[in-house]
Design a protein around this ligand. Sequence first.
Ligand code: SF4
Length: 463
Amino acid sequence: MADNLVLDRGLLRQYDVTGPRYTSYPTAAQFTEVFDAQRYRQRVAWSNEDPMPRPLSLYVHVPFCRTVCFYCACNKVITANYRRAERYLDRLIQELDLQAALFDDDRPVEQLHLGGGTPTYFTDEDLARLIQAIGDRFPLSQGPEREFSIEVDPRTVNRERIEGLAALGFNRLSLGVQDFDPDVQKAINRIQSVEDTAAVVDEARRQGFHSINLDLMYGLPYQTPERLARTLDAVMDIRPDRIALYNYAHMPQMFRIQRQINDESLPPAETKLTLLIEAMQRLSADGYQYIGMDHFALPDDELARAANNGTLHRNFQGYATRPDLDLIGLGASSIGQIGDAYCQNKRDPEGHAEAVAAGRLPIWRGVELSADDRLRRDVIQAVMCQGGVDFSAVEERHGIMFRQYFAPALDELSPLVDDGLVEIGRESLRVTERGRFFLRNVAMPFDAYLAETRGERRFSRVI
Ligand code: SF4
């Protein structure tokens, strides 16, 4: 069934401003060092005392990569020296000790995500050591609700490795692709064949993985609508359950490695718009449901089902199906969430290692949500995940008069109402079909911090 996706070139141009992706609210721009390890321990203690303690989600950041992709904006370490990864793994296990000591043991790990960098930089033996270490310290859920996912660079795995990941308990997979065109791949220094990628997906399916995701990117050097269409032909043959179609944000002043990409090789703004529109229309025509932001899923994938039954949620990995977990971040730069507090580890592996070696949690910064933050987070989540807000539900939960409290935000939305992107009634606000691509623009007026950070290039462009 084709998704009814309405894309207007003029509106895409008009609303292409910078803005947060709202994987959290407040965003990481509001994290400060006032939130430290002591505050973190306090938050965990409170979460243990909850009459129904939330199950756990673990995110483990593995920053290592063998080669660098020139578009990369991730926190990574490019090295061929595997000793560094071994030392990092030792520190991760020490960090697990520090974290496990804080949590009551009646809180199962229902979600585990290994992200990077390249988690499959670790050898099979070291991945097994990591999973064993987690299982020795936390109760790993064995139930059907368990989601154990890993980001896989198809260039680092073969059939045997996929089989090994399944044996370790992983059941979801996300693969980086970006584009299959040889000239584009050469310009981004990421050479990866269709055949190898398809073989990884085939084997993953054979091993019982589901919700398999492929990451694509538009706006890359030498990309043309024809080249991207050929990539999409190949992707449609592979038919992943989910597709993320990201915008390449060229910011060489912030990310040095992007200086390897010649400005002249980038598609002009109008071509970039064509790439986006044609790719989205193609995915929609080929049966993928648009979830929001950059995400698409087949209608029988649980992400699409969550979007349809109103249980979609947004967290640091993007769209998700589970809202009710506390998140422990492990490794350099990883972000956690315990109840109404967010925290982030030290960004560089050296700082992370130094703290852990000294027996300290490597917490760098964080934020504890105020009542106003919680209210705005609910509203922004509702816009981003449900495409609208019921005023009375928010009023009941937070004890406010919605129209009064958010009068400035509703005023700020007037141009979007005039452009048919959003409808505001007496009791609710609804994003229209035309407005589905502009969720960030609809959410931004409810963000109390945005005025402080506007003008700074902290956030990517909406398009
Ligand atoms: S594999 Fe991922 S993290 Fe590593 S350089 Fe490429 S894009 Fe960056």
